[in-house]
Design a protein around this ligand. Structure first.
Ligand SMILES: NC(=O)c1ccc[n+]([C@@H]2O[C@H](COP(=O)([O-])OP(=O)(O)OC[C@H]3O[C@@H](n4cnc5c(N)ncnc54)[C@H](O)[C@@H]3O)[C@@H](O)[C@H]2O)c1
Length: 249
C-alpha cells in the first residue's frame, strides 16, 4: 500500500536552500502543492519562481507562533487542509558547555526544538480536518549521540526525537503519522568549513547529498504507511561505529 502525494498540501520549513529546497523539489515532483517557508526571502522567492504555481514562498520564522497561524491559514485558503509538514528549519551553534552563552543556547533550542513544537501545534488541526496527515521532523545523528562542542545542537535534536515520539502517540488515532529523519553530514551550507575528510572513517566514506535525504523523506511520506514515531537514519553508517581504533585493523 502506498499513498499518493498528488494534490497533497505540504508545508516545508527552512525551504529556501539546502535540504529544505531539495525536499520542495521532490514534493512538487511527486504532485504536491508546497508552501516553502523560510526567513531567506530572496532565495525562497527564487525557488518558487523556478518551480511554478505548485509552490508558494512565505516568510516564516519558525519561532513565531502568529507567523505559523498565518502560513497555515494561507495554505488552507489557497489549496485546502494541510496533509504534510516537514519541520526542516534549523541552525547549528558551536561551543563547549563551559563556553556557550545562554543566548546561543536559547536561540538554538528556540529554532530547532520550539520551532518543531510550534509547527506541529499549528498544523495538527488542519490535518485532522483533512482526515489524515504525515509529519516528518528533521533531527540529526546529533539526536542519537553526544558530540563535543555541539551541546545546544545535540540537546535540540534529541528533543526533536523525543517530541516526535510523543506526537506519534497523540496524533496516531487521528490517522497522522509522525517520524524523524536523522541525517549525518550532508553537503549544504551548514557543513561549509568543516574538514573535507570528516567522513573518511565512515562505512560509506563520503558526505551525503540532499537528494538522498529527499528520497528517504518521500519513502516515509508515500510508503511507510504503518510506521510512526520512529527514527530514519541516513548517515553513511556513521553511528554504527568507526573503522579507526578497531582492535583488529
Ligand atoms: N547539513 C547537515 O550535515 C545536517 C545534518 C543533520 C541534520 N541537519 C538538519 O537538516 C536541516 C536542514 O539543514 P541544511 O543542512 O539544509 O542547512 P541550511 O543552513 O542550508 O538550511 C537551513 C534552512 O533553515 C532556515 N532557517 C534557519 N532559521 C530559521 C528560522 N528561525 N525560521 C525559518 N527558517 C529558518 C535557513 O534560512 C536555511 O534556509 C536542519 O534542521 C539541520 O539541523 C543538517
Amino acid at each position: 500500500m502506498s499513498m499518493s502525494l498528488e494534490g497533497t498540501v505540504a508545508i516545508v520549513t527552512g525551504a529556501a536552500r539546502g535540504m529544505g529546497a531539495e525536499h520542495v523539489r521532490g514534493l512538487v515532483g511527486a504532485g504536491a502543492k508546497v508552501v516553502a517557508a523560510d526567513v531567506l526571502d530572496e532565495l525562497g522567492n527564487a525557488l518558487a519562481d523556478e518551480l511554478g504555481p505548485s509552490v508558494m514562498y512565505r516568510h516564516l520564522d519558525v519561532t513565531d507562533p502568529a507567523g505559523w497561524e498565518t502560513v497555515v491559514a494561507q495554505a488552507e485558503e489557497a489549496w485546502g487542509p494541510v496533509g504534510v509538514l516537514v519541520n526542516n528549519a534549523g541552525i547549528v551553534t558551536f561551543g563547549s558547555i563551559e563556553e556557550l552563552s545562554l543566548q546561543d543556547w536559547q536561540r538554538t533550542l528556540d529554532v530547532n526544538l520550539t520551532g518543531v513544537f510550534l509547527g506541529m501545534h499549528s498544523v495538527v488541526r488542519s490535518m485532522k480536518m483533512a482526515g489524515q496527515g504525515a509529519i516528518v521532523n528533521i533531527s540529526s545523528t546529533a539526536g542519537l549521540q553526544g558530540l563535543a562542542n555541539l551541546g545546544a545542537y545535540v540537546a535540540s535534536k534529541w528533543g526533536v526525537r523525543g517530541l516526535t515520539k510523543t506526537a506519534a502517540l497523540e496524533f496516531g488515532p487521528s490517522n497522522i503519522r509522525v517520524n524523524s529523519i536523522h541525517p549525518g553530514p550532508i553537503r549544504t551550507a551548514m557543513i561549509d568549513g568543516l574538514p573535507d575528510n570528516m567522513a573518511a572513517a565512515y562505512p560509506i566514506p563520503r558526505v551525503g547529498e540532499p537528494s538522498e535525504v529527499t528520497a528517504m523523506l518521500l519513502f516515509i511520506l508515500r510508503d511507510a504507511t504503518y510506521t510512526t514515531g520512529h527514527e530514519f537514519v541516513i548517515d553513511g553508517g556513521s553511528v554504527v561505529g568507526s573503522r579507526v581504533g578497531s582492535p583488529i585493523e
